[in-house]
Design a protein. Structure first.
Length: 301
């Protein structure tokens, strides 16, 4: 159990639910640290007392990191704390992209009468799918989430190729011996049946996947984005799907331009939305912030 009062943090609404389970939160006008989940801090007027910001999650793009750094405020995230939740959703969506489970489940609800089962048997062919086993998965970004996706996809019988634009090739390779290493992102784009992106959003990765990259993919390729919406250029992906340059897009980011397109599956940023992930992130953020405020060190042991 953690008592957030002991390190004088302010907690945002997103974290408030943890009061009931684990935390006592002390809202204060002179906080030494801030813990937050999804709230945007860009317009937040930081009190002079703030020394650190703990983002209970992987991405820190809701925090003005540059400004914080200039002001001497340490910003950290909770790497890996919600990775399992995101990984499970990616694997679920890989399966959804080869088996029309949602369509079949919706359709079966429309059946009426005592012969519903017979009708289902007679018409189920329309919902036949394919299998993941033996197909090629490309994982762009081999951090905590990408590496877990790669491992589980391998266990499902997929052939996994990884590329990390930031981690050196040798480090990426050591993350998982089950991942074939690609020498370039182009290799992943050209050769894989499914491509999933797991890199953080930054100036360098904004529109990492745009017109040029989409044009290199197989016509049958399925692209998945569970990292950040801005990594994939929305208009380019819609155009690529309309032109038949790729087959499907699965995204966890609800850009309205992507809605109502039967080749695009849009989720409302559910990647880390599990009880377990939220608790793990909050605990790691609270522990690390406490440690930093007590010792000036955020190194996790
Ligand atoms: C993250 O950055 O940890 C995930 O996108 C989940 C989230 O922000 O809720």
């Amino acid at each position: 159990m953690y008592d957030i009062k002991t390190f004088n943090a302010i907690a945002s609404v997103g974290l408030a639910r943890f009061d009931e389970q684990n935390f006592t939160i002390n809202q204060t006008e002179t906080p030494a640290g801030i813990i937050l989940r999804s709230q945007k801090l860009h317009d937040y007027d930081f009190p002079d007392s703030v020394l650190a910001v703990a983002r209970a999650g992987a991405g820190t793009n809701n925090v003005p990191v540059k400004q914080c750094t200039e002001d001497g405020i340490v910003v950290f995230n909770t790497p890996g704390a919600n990775a399992n939740a995101v990984k499970e959703l990616v694997i679920a969506c890989l399966l959804l992209s080869v088996r029309p489970i949602l369509k079949g489940a919706n359709w079966v609800q429309t059946l009426t009468g005592p012969d519903a089962e017979e009708q289902a048997e007679a018409q189920k062919k329309q919902f036949a799918g394919t299998e993941l086993e033996g197909k090629k998965l490309g994982v762009i970004g081999l951090g905590a989430i990408g590496a877990m996706v790669a491992n589980d996809a391998y266990r499902l019988g997929m052939e996994v190729t990884g590329f990390d634009p930031f981690v050196s090739v040798d480090t990426a390779w050591s993350i998982s011996r089950r991942v074939k290493r690609a020498q370039s992102m182009e290799e992943v784009l050209k050769t894989c049946d499914f491509i999933t992106v797991h890199v953080p959003l930054s100036e360098n990765t904004h529109h990492l996947i745009g017109k040029e990259q989409l044009a290199k993919m197989k016509k049958t390729a399925v692209l998945l984005n569970f990292a950040r919406g801005e990594l994939v250029e929305t208009e380019a992906v819609i155009a690529a799907i309309e032109a038949g340059e790729i087959s499907n897009f699965v995204t966890d980011f609800a850009d309205e331009r992507l809605l109502n397109n039967e080749k695009i599956l849009v989720l409302p940023h559910l990647g880390a939305s599990t009880e377990e992930a939220e608790v793990n992130c909050a605990k790691m953020a609270a522990r690390t912030l406490k440690k930093f405020l007590e010792t000036g060190n955020i190194k996790r042991s």
